[in-house]
Design a protein around this ligand. Structure first.
Ligand SMILES: Cc1cc2nc3c(=O)[nH]c(=O)nc-3n(C[C@H](O)[C@H](O)[C@H](O)COP(=O)(O)OP(=O)(O)OC[C@H]3O[C@@H](n4cnc5c(N)ncnc54)[C@H](O)[C@@H]3O)c2cc1C
Ligand code: FES
Length: 251
């Protein structure tokens, strides 16, 4: 489907927030943690669509907001797009985070480009009366984004690799500093971060991890995004990107 770009603005070092008009999206069935697979070029190049998570879904306005970091050609092309232009989008795709009612206090843990999908999730959990604590990890102060958005949901702790703001180190260091007083963990970020969290908490907590693997078709057809799990090989794009804590087997 085509989505009209309403805004596309820089919010941190190489990070952009884009708001899209999403008249055709069924907001009733949209779950947090799902993603849009976006054709970024006008011609054949780049060939593959780029998966970007839904940061915020506004049913009243009928808009979706995404946040993306410029890493290569695809995301660079997205950063050049202007208000009023249209994006060719597939989605929302994938199996997102379950929004459970029985959790009383949850921890949201996001690293870098893994931060965006946790906001829509946090909004839904908050609506259900769940207490939220968020830990966000970035490289340095200039890379920090969305802190203000997550502050609307509850307490926020920042970790930076160079210690220029917040706790010096990784998300896992900030969680240790904050304490482990939560029922459920929801996390998204680089595989190494998810693996550390999985190893630390799979025997202690309930939780869900969202994996940002490289993808091709994004709709479960090409088997190009397989990951090993305790129940066999699964497609990250269709069976995930969200998996239960303890489900994925790391090589
Ligand atoms: C389900 C899912 C949700 C995602 N959500 C977001 C999001 O909300 N915001 C966001 O900024 N990005 C998100 N990503 C990552 C995003 O898809 C990639 O950063 C993007 O495809 C890079 O495209 P490119 O053409 O700019 O870079 P390329 O030219 O394809 O790659 C440039 C560099 O980035 C690295 N790279 C590419 N893809 C990834 C990846 N998936 N993870 C880590 N490194 C990568 C490459 O190894 C290379 O070094 C998501 C990925 C998945 C699978
Ligand atoms: S990207 Fe094609 S099956 Fe997942």
């Amino acid at each position: 489907m085509k989505m009209k770009i309403l805004t596309n603005e820089s919010i941190a070092k190489k990070v952009f927030r884009m708001k899209l008009s999403a008249e055709e999206v069924d907001f009733k069935t949209l779950s947090p943690g799902t993603f849009l697979n976006i054709r970024v070029g006008k011609g054949m190049e780049p060939l593959l669509r780029r998966p970007i998570s839904i940061f915020d879904a506004d049913e009243k306005e009928k808009t979706l907001t995404i946040i993306y970091k410029v890493l290569g050609r695809g995301t660079e092309l997205m950063s050049f797009l202007k208000e009023g232009e249209h994006l060719d989008v597939l989605g929302p795709l994938g199996t997102g985070f379950p929004v459970q009612d029985e959790s009383r206090k949850v921890l949201l843990a996001g690293g870098g480009v893994g931060v965006p999908p946790l906001y829509e999730l946090g909004k839904r959990l908050r609506e259900n009366g769940v207490e939220i604590v968020t830990v966000l990890g970035f490289r340095d102060e200039a890379s920090v984004f969305c802190q203000k958005d997550f502050l609307k949901l509850g307490k926020v702790l920042i970790a930076t690799e160079d210690g220029s703001v917040g706790v010096e180190g990784y998300v896992t260091d900030a969680i240790r500093e904050m304490g482990e007083d939560f029922d459920t963990l929801y996390a998204c970020g680089p595989r190494a971060m998810l693996r550390s969290l999985d190893e630390a908490y799979q025997d202690k907590k309930k939780g869900y991890l969202s994996f940002e693997e490289r993808m091709a078709c994004g709709i479960g057809a090409c088997y190009g995004c397989m990951t090993e799990t305790k129940d066999g090989l699964k497609r990250v794009c269709k069976d995930g990107p969200v998996f239960r804590l303890g489900e994925v087997v790391y090589e």
